[in-house]
Each structure stands twice: as C-alpha cells, then as structure tokens.
Design a protein around this ligand. Sequence first.
Ligand SMILES: [Fe+2]
Ligand SMILES: [Fe+2]
Length: 191
Amino acid sequence: MKEKPVVEKPFLTDVQELRRRARQHIEEGAVTEGYRANRDTVVKLLNEALATEIVCVLRYKRHYFMAQGIHADPIASEFLQHANEEQGHADQIAARIIQLGGSPNFNPDGLTMRSHSEYVEGQTLLEMIKEDLVAERIAIDSYSEMIRYVGENDTTTRRMLEGILAVEEEHANGLASFLADMDKDWKTRAR
Ligand SMILES: [Fe+2]
Ligand SMILES: [Fe+2]
C-alpha cells in the first residue's frame, strides 16, 4: 500500500499577518477579521436570549414571593436560586453582546414578545412549578438550537451558551424532582 504524503497545514496564520490583522479596525474591540459568524444574527439571537432570561428572573421572583404552604420552603429557596442564576445568565449575555459590538436590549416594551419563554404567574405552587418547568424546557431547546447555529464560528459565544444550557438543565431536573416528590406525597396521603 502506498502511503499518502502528509500535507503539513500551518496551524496559525503567520505571526506578522496576525499582528497586522489585529491592528486593523481596532475600534471593533474583541471582534477580529477571524470572526466567522454573522455578527448581526448572533447579536439578535443573544438579545432574544437576554429577554428570555429577564422574563425568567421576573417569573421566578414572583414565584419566590408567592410560594406558600407546607411544601414551600425548599421550593421557594429553589425559586430564588433560579432567579439569581437567570440574572447571572442575563449579565453574561449582555456582556457578550457588548463584546460583539452590539447593544443589549433591556427595554421593558416588547420584552415578553422578544422572550422565548412566557411570564405565567401560576395560582398554586404546583402550577408555578409546572410553568417554570415548561419555561426551562423552552430555554433548553432554544439554547441547543443557538449552539448548533453558532457551531465553530464563534467559540466564545458557543462556550458561554453551553455553560448556560447546563444550568438550565439542572433547573429543569430540580423542578421535575419537586413535581415527582409532590405527586408521591399526595398519593401517600390519599390512602
Ligand atoms: Fe437562564
Ligand atoms: Fe433556568
């Protein structure tokens, strides 16, 4: 069998070229000519994610303050923890939008239109948990899609989104196990 000749690919553009490119358009901050994604689209997607996170903060805050009853303590503190983590996501996303030369949209007008998830108040603890689980599942789907879209073209954004996605999955898991526990409790009591 004939061996294929190994073609050495240069790992990086040569140093002189990298330096020259870095000096061009320095007003663009972190976005260099090597940026391969469509920046406008990424900023638009990130602004939708920002709106989603803000709506989630508001919904979890409402649920935290409304949570009452025998089951409420651990659940209320879970709501509060989620609210704080969603706030952290919103901050990360806003910072990335700035790095990409965009502007983060914090305008309350149209917030729920831009958001993927809904603001549902929920009348009982059970309804609140269910609505939060629905919202988390929406977030999981939309972050997964964004990660696939960004792919290899914007590694920093992708890594940030992957980190957020992992936390949304934890949130969904936590809520699902509360639902399962409540269901078990009621079945035991009904006997
Ligand atoms: Fe989040
Ligand atoms: Fe979440």
